[in-house]
Design a protein around this ligand. Sequence first.
Ligand SMILES: Nc1ncnc2c1ncn2[C@@H]1O[C@H](COP(=O)(O)OP(=O)(O)O)[C@@H](O)[C@H]1O
Ligand SMILES: [Mg+2]
Length: 261
Amino acid sequence: MSTKKIGDVILDVQNISLRFGGVKALTDISFNVREHEIRSIIGPNGAGKSSMLNCINGVYTPSEGSITFRGKTFDHMNSRQVAEMGVARTFQNLALFKGMSVLDNIMSGRNLKIKSNLLLQALRIGPAEREEIKHREFVERIIDFLEIQAYRKTPVGQLPYGLQKRVDLGRALAMEPQVLLLDEPMAGMNVEEKQDMCRFILDVNDEFGTTIVLIEHDMGVVMDISDRVVVLDYGKKIGDGAPEEVRNNEDVIRAYLGTSH
Ligand SMILES: Nc1ncnc2c1ncn2[C@@H]1O[C@H](COP(=O)(O)OP(=O)(O)O)[C@@H](O)[C@H]1O
Ligand SMILES: [Mg+2]
């Protein structure tokens, strides 16, 4: 649908399996993500989508398999290390500080980038002050980009749900990620809020060149904005390809029409 240039493989998921006690959340999953791509992961509830993102960003350690990011392969990596490598995420269930302002929540996403020691920062002297100004400016740019200037000082808990999701996106963008993992960013939104979120995702992808891995239930949205789609069902990969390819895949159609879930 677009003329954008897709690059080399930036993220390569190889033979990932994940078990929770007796539950096989993921079985031998492999797929890759190319630079600048919008790569969607779809599948019925409980298919393993969130678990897959949690493996990529180091929250879960897979029982088998490995993940390669920009040519560097890892099988054990904590979420901070993954974040430092340039992978950020938003959450299916919001993980914002409800009592804190929009500005401070987005600033909290910036913490990884803040290098001066805490004492200098607290005293706001020398390099720490210059650094703080630089970070504040960056956060203000994100606030402008997401069109939430009017709520800068508002505690996040007082905002409508759709705007809270937008702040969560802002917090992830504050990390200046190369890869952004979005777990159902449009869940629970009304049509208008969905359209806005869709536009922001496309703009982030386009203007910042950020690679996006998207979990989404709204098939219209998925078919519209994805470059390629992975389909999971009961922890297994049952489809992988361009949207129209996946849409016509017999296994995928069966999984979605199946009466079992
Ligand atoms: N922390 C956990 N502990 C135990 N089981 C889990 C945990 N997280 C996910 N699961 C199980 O793993 C399977 C996949 O879940 P999940 O990745 O959340 O699916 P999806 O995001 O596709 O709805 C489900 O059967 C779920 O119950
Ligand atoms: Mg999920």
